[in-house]
Write a protein that binds this ligand. Structure first.
Ligand code: FSX
Ligand code: SF4
Ligand code: F3S
Length: 374
C-alpha cells in the first residue's frame, strides 16, 4: 500500500521526501542534463518534467554476468543518481539489490509485471545461454530464456545494461560453450537500448534511464543500438593522452620512463581509437579516472565481441577514422563548434593547450619525437 502511494509521487516529490533540498534537485537536474546530452535550454524542461512526471516501474533481470554492472551503478559519485533509480524510479525487482529473496521476490515481480503491464522498463544484465535448452542459467527452476520472454512481454522498452546483455560479453567469447546470446537475439518485438561497457559508466546508465523516464521515448541511437549522446565519440577523441599520440610520443613498455610520463598507450595495444564510450569525458568514480588514466590501455569493453577482438596489448594495425580527425586542434574545432556536453569540450580544450605545450617542448629539444610507424 505504502509502495503504491509512493509510486503516485512525482520524481521531485520523491527527491524532497528523501531529505534533499530544492537546490540539490536543481543542481542534480543540471548535472544530469549535461550527461543526457541535453542543451542548456532543455534544463528547464527537464526540471518541469521531473516535477510533474510520475515514477516509472523498473524490473531488473540478472542472467550470465559478474554483477559488475550493478556494482558500477550503485557506486555513482552523485548520491541522487543511486536514489533516482533505487527509490525515485520504482525498482520493483532486482534479485541482487532487493531485500526480499526466493518465492517472496519472485511473487513481487509477478505482481508488479501484472500491475504495470505495458508500462515498465525492463533492465537486463548478463547474456542468455541457449545451448542444451538453456540449462546453463536457471533462476527459481526456470531458464533465462523463459524468464526474459516472460518479462519482455509486458515491457515498454528494454535497456541492455553492460556488454553481456548488449553483445553476449565474455560468456559468448569463443568457443561460447553455453551458446550465450545478447537480449536482441531473443527479443525482437520491443525497443532495445544497448548500454554496453564491461561494466558501463554509472552516469551513463542513469542518463539513459532518466531520458526514457522523462521523455517517454528512446534517445537517438547509433547503428549498433547505443545512445549517441554517450557513445558518439571514440575514447581516443577526448583522451587526455591524445596530445602525446598526435605528437608521436608513445610508451613502449609499462615500466618505461615514457609510461611514467603519461605518454600515449597506443603501442601497448590501446583500443581507444576504435572504441566508442564516454570514459574520456564523464569518466569513472566521479570523473576521477578511467583505465587509461590508471596506466592501462583501453581494451574496447563497450564494443561488440571485444573479448575476441584481441589479442590485447598488441598495437592496432590501422585506425579507422584517422585522417578525418587527425589532430587535437582539428577535433577541437569540430567539437567546440557543436552543441555537446561541457565535459567533452573541456577535455578537448585541455588537450589543445597540452598539445601546444608539447610542441613547444619539442622545439626546445626537451622531448624527442618517435615515429608512429616505427
Ligand atoms: Fe557483463 Fe555486467 Fe562485464 Fe560484468 O552484469 S558487462 S561481465 S562488468 O557485470 O554483465
Ligand atoms: Fe589515449 Fe589510447 Fe588514443 Fe593514446 S591511443 S590517445 S592512450 S585513447
Ligand atoms: Fe572500457 Fe576502454 Fe573505457 S576498456 S572502461 S571503454 S577506457
Amino acid at each position: 500500500m505504502k509502495k503504491n502511494l509512493q509510486r503516485e509521487e512525482t520524481f521531485y516529490e520523491s527527491i524532497i521526501r528523501k531529505g534533499y533540498s530544492r537546490r540539490d534537485f536543481l543542481k542534480f537536474a543540471t548535472y544530469m542534463a549535461a550527461f543526457m546530452g541535453l542543451e542548456n535550454t532543455m534544463v528547464g524542461q527537464l526540471v518541469k518534467t521531473m516535477e510533474t512526471k510520475k515514477r516509472i516501474p523498473v524490473i531488473w533481470e540478472h542472467f550470465q554476468e559478474c554483477t559488475g554492472c550493478s556494482e558500477s551503478f550503485i557506486r555513482s559519485d552523485h548520491p541522487l543518481v543511486a536514489d533516482v533509480i533505487l527509490d525515485t524510479i520504482s525498482l520493483d525487482y532486482t534479485d541482487t539489490l532487493m531485500a526480499a529473496a526466493g518465492h517472496q521476490a519472485e511473487s513481487a515481480k509477478q505482481a508488479s509485471m501484472k500491475e504495470n503491464y505495458g508500462k515498465y522498463i525492463l533492465v537486463v544484465e548478463g547474456a542468455i545461454p541457449t545451448k542444451d535448452d538453456g540449462v546453463y542459467c536457471t533462476i527459481a527452476g526456470r531458464t533465462a530464456v523463459e524468464i526474459i520472454k516472460e518479462s519482455a512481454a509486458g515491457a515498454a522498452a528494454i535497456l541492455a545494461f553492460g556488454s553481456c546483455s548488449s553483445w553476449g560479453g565474455i560468456q559468448a567469447a569463443s568457443p561460447n560453450p553455453t551458446g550465450a546470446v545478447p537480449v536482441d537475439a531473443i527479443i525482437k518485438d520491443k525497443p532495445i537500448i544497448k548500454v554496453p561497457g564491461c561494466p558501463p559508466i554509472s552516469e551513463v546508465m542513469t542518463g539513459v534511464v532518466l531520458f526514457y523516464a522523462m521523455f517517454g521515448k528512446l534517445p537517438e541511437l547509433d547503428d549498433e543500438g547505443r545512445p549517441k549522446q554517450f557513445y558518439g565519440k571514440r575514447v581516443h577523441d577526448s583522451c587526455y593522452r591524445r596530445p602525446y599520440f598526435d605528437a608521436g610520443l608513445f610508451a613502449e613498455t609499462f615500466d618505461s620512463e615514457e609510461a611514467k610520463k603519461g605518454y600515449c598507450l597506443y603501442k601497448l595495444g590501446c583500443r581507444g581509437p576504435v572504441t566508442y564510450n564516454s570514459c574520456g569525458t564523464i569518466g569513472w568514480n566521479g570523473g576521477v579516472g578511467f583505465p587509461i588514466k590508471s596506466g592501462h590501455p583501453c581494451i574496447g569493453c563497450s564494443e561488440n565481441n571485444f573479448w575476441d577482438n584481441g589479442p590485447f596489448y598488441e598495437r592496432l594495425e590501422n585506425i579507422p577514422g584517422m585522417g578525418i580527425e587527425a589532430t587535437a586542434d582539428k577535433i577541437g574545432k569540430i567539437v567546440l563548434g557543436a552543441a555537446v556536453g561541457g565535459a567533452a569540450v573541456h577535455a578537448v580544450a585541455t588537450n589543445i593547450f597540452k598539445k601546444k605545450e608539447i610542441d613547444e617542448n619539442k622545439e626546445m629539444g626537451e622531448i624527442n619525437e618517435q615515429n608512429l610507424n616505427e
